[in-house]
Design a protein around this ligand. Structure first.
Ligand code: C5P
Length: 399
């Protein structure tokens, strides 16, 4: 089966003569089984007609924020819909807007709000392509995570010859095929992931909880799904969302409920990741009625919650099991002993001393602790980036 089957590819066309080649590219993508939507910059409509593009893509196309009927083309929805956004051809002008964040058309608005990988195929005259600002802008947009299909050498529309031609449609399809194949590293694997805090009831309205946002676990679930895995996400109370992803979400509240959900889905899983911040203790008794505040002091007796990771680690059955650790002292040593004690394959360690790591933050800085390798420290990056590092590591180990 083609890796393109049912993949949603958003083709964005900017105003370069190579736009005519993009029509062939769209045909090839459709033949491979991809679902294609096309957007253009307003100037690009002078190079290829919207009618040609809607016929080839079998979809309506858009090139302005506002539609003729007074409604608007929602750039955010395009960005969320796509599995890949391909900008081909990419002109020097759109490139410089991408580098600076300038946004004055639908293509740029969609680019800025896209959650999916963005791949660009530049096309311009050779001197424009060689210009230091163009080269610098290409380097810059790569640092934002965009992927570049370099221009090739040959005859150019100006009559000059040199580097600047958009890569041929067949080669762009092969580039995308290789990208999709390598990015689907977890295809056929089942991942069970826990996220968020647990809330331990004191009475019908009060609980003991913690500040975990669930962000790390949700990013793991989304990234795993993007890598082709079947994902079950067991989440404690969290405002995070996996909307739009084919992820089975099981909501739980307490540690005991989380244990139950994790055990029920353990057998089916190839990989288990415990990223939840499970409450270590729970009140021994939960009051039936709201507790009155007439006492000056009160004591709540706590009992230990089961350690879910430890429980699953000791069932093990050849699953690849990952836990997290947050240490404030002797971090590496403690994480190593946790790895052994809980019988897991990888501990993702973060330290609270770091301004860029921890609860509720958007970034994280982690070290991988395993039995066989030296601790591997990563630079601070977004939780989405950390999720990808973790999943790439797992994919390498289990494949
Ligand atoms: O022992 P510690 O709480 O530092 O271990 C953290 C790891 O253990 C995390 O992966 C967390 O999800 C998991 N854990 C658990 N059940 C608990 C406490 C922690 O699964 N009761």
């Amino acid at each position: 089966m083609s890796v393109f089957k049912d993949k949603k590819i958003l083709v964005a066309i900017t105003a370069g003569i190579a736009a005519y080649k993009t029509t062939f590219l769209i045909r090839l993508l459709i033949k491979e089984g991809a679902e294609v939507k096309v957007i253009l910059t307003p100037d690009a409509t002078a190079f290829v007609s919207p009618l040609t593009l809607s016929t080839l893509s079998k979809n309506t196309i858009a090139y302005e924020f506002n539609k003729a009927d007074g409604t608007w083309n929602n750039h955010v929805e395009y960005g969320l819909w796509a599995d890949i956004m391909l900008i081909a051809p990419l002109t020097a002008r759109t490139l410089s807007s991408m580098a600076t964040g300038y946004c004055d058309n639908l293509v740029l608005g969609t680019y800025l709000s896209a959650k999916c990988p963005v791949i660009v195929a530049p096309a311009m005259d050779l001197d424009m392509y060689q210009h230091p600002t163009t080269q610098r802008n290409l380097e810059l947009i790569q640092t934002y995570g965009n992927i570049i299909i370099p221009a090739t050498s040959g005859e150019l529309a100006s009559g000059l010859s040199g580097q600047g031609r958009m890569e041929e449609p067949e080669n762009i399809v092969e580039f995308l095929r290789a990208y999709l194949s390598s990015s689907l590293k977890l295809q056929g694997k089942k991942l069970l992931i826990s996220a968020g805090p647990t809330y331990e009831s004191i009475d019908p309205v009060r609980f003991i909880g913690n500040h975990s946002s669930g962000k790390m676990g949700f990013e793991l679930a989304k990234a795993a799904s993007n890598m082709g895995a079947e994902v079950i996400l067991v989440s404690g109370p969290s405002s995070q969302s996996v909307e739009g992803f084919p992820i089975q979400r099981i909501d739980v509240t307490s540690a005991l409920e989380m244990l139950d959900a994790m055990q029920n889905n353990f057998d089916e899983s190839d990989v288990v990741i415990m990223s939840a911040a499970v409450s270590d203790y729970r009140p021994q008794d939960i009051a039936d009625q709201k507790i009155k505040k007439d006492l000056d002091e009160m004591t709540i007796k706590l009992v230990k919650n089961p350690d879910i990771l430890h429980t699953l680690g000791h069932i093990k059955r050849k699953k690849f099991i990952v836990g997290f650790a947050l240490e404030t002292q002797n971090a590496i040593e403690n994480a190593k002993s946790k790895l052994k004690r809980k019988n897991v394959d990888l501990i993702v360690l973060n330290t609270l001393e770091d301004a860029e790591a921890g609860f509720g933050k958007d970034t994280n800085k982690v070290t991988f602790i395993t039995q066989e390798d030296q601790p591997q420290q990563f630079a601070a990056k977004s939780k989405e980036g950390v999720a990808k590092d973790i999943l790439n590591y797992i994919a390498e180990k289990i494949n």
